[in-house]
Design a protein around this ligand. Structure first.
Ligand code: ARG
Length: 377
């Protein structure tokens, strides 16, 4: 088990930072109240303002995120009051409406109840991303949809879900309360904005009937603020073009479309000089960029994101906060060396508050004492 400083110390470090950064008065009273609450209950309760600022700090400290320039603009919805899986489903439908805004995407986080001192988990969302497309295995060994969702799709299927069998069936939401078995909810189609993919010069691309969803929303990371862990704190930003064009549609272990595009483009895949993967990848990214623009859905590209990250670094240095980052994640998967971030060195230290990975909700921890929320940012 990883050893953490006592909760008291973690609370103190967070509250000191929170009061210093926000310029609020009253730190010593708050510290005394939190000490007393921890002594009496083995935990403490953040104020709404503390959760809001803490969540923004967690984004600011997310070593793998290139989009952190906008950390202060994160909208935080406090839903620590929910008590049923229906409440969580409704809260996520509300989250989608508030975050999507018809395409004017707003970075938003909804926070559900904290982990209890006895380790029990009040709310857990089983989906890794709120919006994802199912994978349907076909008898001939091939499949339709997003291969990365194969395991999760099988769980949904065992619970009676079927989907339509298209390459883009939106998976349902799975929510468990208090360690009970999960419940399954459909996300209303009208809550999920999607973008049909077309290309300004290649009409055949639209005929492939590709699409992707507008809002990237991570739903299985643990938000940690001042030693308090929130196992359900789903959050979203807007997309960077390469996430969809290079990775989701291009990766061999996802939609694996590079060979298909190369074929349509008439590229010779046996001629090493053709660089067919590179050319297909550029066309896919052009298509994604063009399509999101045409649909009025906010999306950044890797060039803009790289410059914004450099601005974030300058801002943070000016505020006296050292920036931590994970190079392999910050550097985008296309045209890397043409981007300023490629030429930087980063310190990958993990700073609190932050977001952490949890084990998949459907996997039991190997031993009872193992912390399911490992601290690898
Ligand atoms: N890459 C993930 C996806 O394709 C989303 C990760 C977060 N990305 C973001 N732009 N906030 O859905």
């Amino acid at each position: 088990m990883t050893s953490h400083p006592p909760l008291r110390k973690q609370a103190q470090a967070f509250l000191e930072a929170y009061y210093a950064e926000t310029g609020r008065p009253g730190l010593s009273d708050r510290l005394a109240a939190v000490e007393a609450e921890i002594a009496a209950t083995a935990t403490y309760t953040h104020s709404c303002e503390e959760v809001e600022h803490g969540a923004r700090m967690a984004w600011r400290n997310s070593n793998r995120c290139i989009g952190r320039l906008f950390w202060k603009s994160l909208a935080v919805v406090d839903r620590r009051d929910v008590s049923t899986a229906e409440d969580v489903h409704r809260a996520m439908v509300d989250h989608l409406a508030m975050a999507t805004q018809g395409g004017r995407i707003r970075p938003t986080l909804t926070v559900f109840p904290a982990l209890r001192p006895d380790g029990s988990v009040p709310v857990r969302i089983w989906n890794k991303h709120l919006i994802r497309y199912a994978f349907h295995q076909l008898p001939d060994g091939k499949g339709i949809g997003d291969l990365a969702q194969s395991e999760f799709t099988n769980i949904c299927r065992r619970m009676g879900w079927q989907g339509e069998g298209t390459p883009f069936d939106i998976l349902p939401l799975l929510v468990s309360m208090e360690g009970a078995p999960p419940r399954l909810f459909e996300l209303p189609q009208e809550s999920v904005l999607e973008v049909p993919i077309s290309h300004p010069e290649y009409p055949w691309l639209a005929e492939m009937r590709l699409k992707w969803h507008a809002v990237p929303l991570i739903s299985d990371m643990v938000l940690e603020i001042g030693g308090i862990r929130y196992p359900a704190a789903p959050f979203n930003g807007w997309y960077m073009v390469t996430e969809v064009g290079s990775r989701n549609l291009g990766d061999e272990s996802r939609y694996n479309l590079l060979p298909v595009l190369a074929e349509r483009m008439g590229l010779d895949r046996d001629a090493p000089s053709v660089l067919w993967k590179d050319r297909a990848m550029v066309v896919l990214n052009e298509a994604v960029r063009h399509s999101y623009d045409k649909a009025g859905v906010m999306l950044t590209d890797h060039h803009e994101a790289s410059e914004q990250f450099m601005r974030f670094m300058r801002n943070e240095e000016a505020a006296g906060r050292p920036v931590t980052a994970d190079w392999a994640w910050i550097v985008p998967p296309m045209s890397a060396s043409a981007l300023t971030v490629f030429h930087q060195k980063f310190d990958d230290a993990v700073v609190s508050p932050n977001f952490f990975y949890a084990d998949d909700a459907w996997r039991k921890p190997a031993t009872a004492s193992r912390c399911p929320f490992h601290q690898t940012a």
